[in-house]
Design a protein around this ligand. Structure first.
Ligand SMILES: NC(=O)c1ccc[n+]([C@@H]2O[C@H](COP(=O)([O-])OP(=O)(O)OC[C@H]3O[C@@H](n4cnc5c(N)ncnc54)[C@H](OP(=O)(O)O)[C@@H]3O)[C@@H](O)[C@H]2O)c1
Length: 385
């Protein structure tokens, strides 16, 4: 099971030759993906130390809270080869004493002469590392592969740091006509094994998985992250149930480690999760809870798993999301469309604009947003439309 950006992503092949900053940043991203889901509330950072000839001397990623930061781990692996070298790190190195000493000190002590950071640190307490390093004569570049880094494993942490709320991904499975179950309520399975494996990988990189009591009572989901053999992976997300009703006694979510939040307010849910250090939330429905999160503007990413199948009747994937008229339609901007084992996975963010499509301009630039990447998972082709 291979999922881009997930912890099971294979590291890119690194030969013995020198790497440029972009290639090293891609490697740092892959290294960070392996710890995604294990570091919260700290950011999942990846770092590559290149020696003075540009060859990889060490790699490292953030350890669980209290453990070393990515830079320190990569420097330890590089040893003396770091002297005169370059550190390529997905997040601007920290300049403050937290549970560990500042990474800027470690980089200077190791003799690093240049630093490439993917994104600036938005956390006012830890920011300023670039300035500290520049003042010490280090050549610092911030923004190397910035857009790719911001959309990678750091995405949720960057969002949570800027907004004070966890990042919410709403994931759902539906037929092409938008049904999430048949008329008799049966719903297993709408999508195929490859798309379902994706969901397990997503759970493994999320801090919390959230469902409403309606889904718990109808489906009795386990909400665990499992591997291809169906075995739970070692690190499991916090399972969260939202609503006033109790789960059925003896059901999967009637368990002491399940957080049951007896509320209908998405902001209360997010505040409770934020207080527990949750950064990445996977909202798995159902239709009413997802509608409430969308109506409150609390969905940051939509992952639609669409099976090329039709039901014609049965419940819709989404219930009331606060849209009463076409003028209020909630438009999304598509980041990518991927074919995963025969199912379509659409990755999108809520767009800034609401409203009907202009009938004269069928695909106007302001409604289109960024040009989505279209990936054919079956053939491995990558294209743009
Ligand atoms: N295809 C998919 O991706 C997918 C995913 C999940 C579920 N489903 C299907 O969805 C169906 C269940 O639908 P559902 O809508 O009942 O599930 P739901 O959204 O999981 O649960 C609804 C319940 O959530 C609670 N809730 C919390 N905040 C709410 C709010 N702001 N507004 C409304 N309700 C809120 C309420 O519980 P209380 O009444 O207890 O207070 C409400 O009854 C099942 O058939 C399941 O198979 C499909």
């Amino acid at each position: 099971m291979t999922v881009p950006g997930a912890s099971n992503d294979p590291a890119p092949t690194v030969g013995d030759g020198p790497l440029d900053a972009a290639a090293a940043m891609r490697l740092a991203l892959a290294v960070s993906a392996r710890v995604h889901g294990t570091t919260s509330p700290n950011p999942p950072v990846g770092c590559v130390v290149l020696d003075r000839d540009g060859r990889v001397a060490g790699t490292g990623a953030t350890a669980p809270p209290g453990g070393p930061h990515a830079e320190v781990a990569a420097l330890a692996e590089a040893g003396e080869r770091a002297r005169g070298g370059t550190a390529v790190v997905t997040l601007e190195p920290c300049a403050h004493h937290g549970r560990t000493p500042p990474c800027t000190d470690a980089l200077r002590a190791a003799g690093i002469v240049a630093v490439h950071a993917g994104v600036a640190d938005p956390n006012p307490v830890a920011a300023g590392g670039a300035a500290v390093l520049r003042a010490a004569g280090v050549d610092v570049t911030v923004g190397t592969l910035g857009a790719e880094v911001a959309a990678g494993p750091l995405r949720g942490w960057l969002h949570a740091t800027r907004t004070g709320r966890p990042h919410v991904t709403w994931k759902f499975a539906a037929t092409l006509d938008g049904r999430s179950a048949a008329a008799d309520g049966s719903s297993r399975w709408i999508t195929g094994p490859a798309a379902r494996a994706r969901v397990h990988a997503l759970r493994a990189t999320s801090d919390a998985v959230v469902v409403g009591t309606g889904t718990a009572l109808a489906d009795d989901p386990a909400l665990t992250a499992r591997d291809a053999a169906g075995t739970p992976v070692p690190r499991q997300p916090l399972r969260v149930l939202v609503g006033l009703r109790h789960p059925r006694p003896g059901s999967h979510l009637d368990a002491p480690d399940v957080l049951h939040l007896r509320t209908h307010d998405p902001d209360e849910v997010l505040a409770a999760l934020h207080a527990r250090g949750v950064v990445d939330v996977l909202l798995e429905g159902g239709p009413r809870l997802a509608g409430a999160f969308l109506a409150a503007g609390r969905v940051d990413r939509v992952l639609a798993h669409l099976a090329p199948a039709l039901l014609g009747a049965g419940p819709a994937a989404l219930a009331d999301a606060g849209v009463g008229t076409i003028a209020d339609i909630l438009r999304l901007q598509v980041a990518s469309v991927e074919l995963v084992g025969g199912d379509l996975v659409v990755d999108a963010v809520p767009g800034p604009a609401r409203g009907a499509v202009d009938p004269v301009a069928p695909w106007s630039a302001d409604q289109a947003g960024p040009v989505p990447a279209v990936v054919d998972g079956g053939l491995g082709r990558k294209g743009r439309r």
